[in-house]
Design a protein around this ligand. Structure first.
Ligand code: 13P
Ligand code: SF4
Length: 346
């Protein structure tokens, strides 16, 4: 039962004391976030990982987040991911080997221009390492505009990976949308080489399958059926959805927006369903509705973190057994750390 499982989790926490910290992303289910020491967005979680002295960090999120925690913690600290199946499909859309091959082509297309790569936190550590090696950095949805400016201070062209929607939305914020082009080096018939050669911002053709499913019709329906409602969406949504919304921001911004709402207000939430459900529970004075109505927008990767697996990892630690350790290779760790430190210094 849930009560029995909660008892086991709390018993393990008591035994491990300060040796343990549990971090949970805002998209984790209720049965997980209730046990987390810190629940936040990708940026906040990476700051918590950097700050903690705990010997064991149990990361309830997806692989790239646990990798980032490993990169940013000390060598003696171990990072555990309750399910090794929790892999973000978007991160898989830009594998370092692929990007390396495309980089040579981009170099040819851009001639004498200096290209600086910026990768979204939602990418594997080897891609973060590649970006550091090429003079670039990491960003999250809460600091993408600052990261782009950092990169433009150092080069002529920015390559942003893997999320084209966050890239395009950030380009609009910076007033450079006309100079942005989407690029799939392996598209049928080849990429539009001239457009890429002329672009200031090249957007890798990746996307989040959860956020891409939101459409402007979802926003239009809320406006029709609930004219009093406000709409907040994540910048991984398509441009037209972001344009139709009232507020756009990372999952931390979405949380703050609802936390600061007046009693009686209605907010439609355009992000992963679990966060909408948490906000509904955490803020009974606000009416929280999912932007997608009855359509289910939950993330398959986040859902892999089952509370039974969390229990199994914690009880392993009590028995002195390190289960589901995420460990980034040393050379990649150093480079990926550089790319992430550049972000943390923004
Ligand atoms: P943030 O929590 O940084 O907004 O990220 C959203 C997301 O899709 C994480 O996978
Ligand atoms: Fe990846 Fe999207 Fe899931 Fe985030 S919500 S882990 S970006 S698939």
């Amino acid at each position: 039962s849930e009560a029995e499982r909660n008892r086991r989790i709390e018993a393990a926490r008591d035994t491990l004391g300060d040796d343990l910290v549990i971090l949970g992303h805002n998209y984790q289910r209720r049965e997980i976030v209730e046990h987390a020491d810190f629940v936040g967005d990708s940026y906040g979680l990476s700051r918590e990982a950097a700050a903690t002295d705990a010997a064991h960090v149990v990361f309830c999120g997806v692989t790239f987040m646990a990798e980032s925690a490993d990169v940013i913690t000390d060598d003696e600290q171990t990072v555990h991911l309750p399910s090794m199946e929790a892999s973000c499909p978007m991160a898989g859309m830009a594998e370092a080997l692929q990007v390396d091959a495309a980089w040579a082509e981009l170099d040819e297309l851009t001639g004498d221009e200096e290209v600086v790569p910026v990768t979204y936190m939602n990418s594997y550590a080897d891609l973060k390492a590649f970006c550091a090696e090429q003079g670039g950095l990491v960003c999250t949805s809460s600091n993408a505009a600052d990261a782009f400016e950092w990169a433009f201070d150092r080069g002529d062209v920015v390559l942003f990976l893997p999320d084209k929607h966050l890239g395009r939305n950030t380009a609009h914020d910076l007033g450079i949308a006309d100079a942005a082009v989407e690029w799939d080096p392996w598209a049928d018939g080849g990429a539009d080489r001239e457009a890429v050669a002329d672009a200031e911002l090249v957007l890798w053709d990746g996307y989040c399958q959860v956020h891409e499913r939101f459409t402007s019709e979802h926003v239009a329906r809320v406006r029709r059926e609930r004219p009093e409602a406000n709409v907040v969406v994540h910048p991984e949504c398509r441009r037209e959805v972001v344009e139709a919304a009232d507020v756009v921001g990372s999952t931390a911004t979405i949380r703050e927006t609802v936390a600061e709402a007046d009693a009686g207000e209605t907010w439609a939430i355009g992000t992963e369903l679990h966060l909408a459900n948490h906000l509904d529970r955490w803020h009974p004075e606000v009416e929280v509705i999912p932007l997608c109505g009855d359509a289910c927008m939950d993330c398959n990767a986040m859902r892999q973190i089952d509370p039974n697996y969390l229990t199994w990892v914690l009880e392993g630690l009590v028995e002195g057994e390190d289960r589901n350790v995420i460990e980034v290779a040393p050379r990649e760790q150093d480079l990926a750390a550089t790319a992430m430190e550049r972000m943390l210094e923004l």
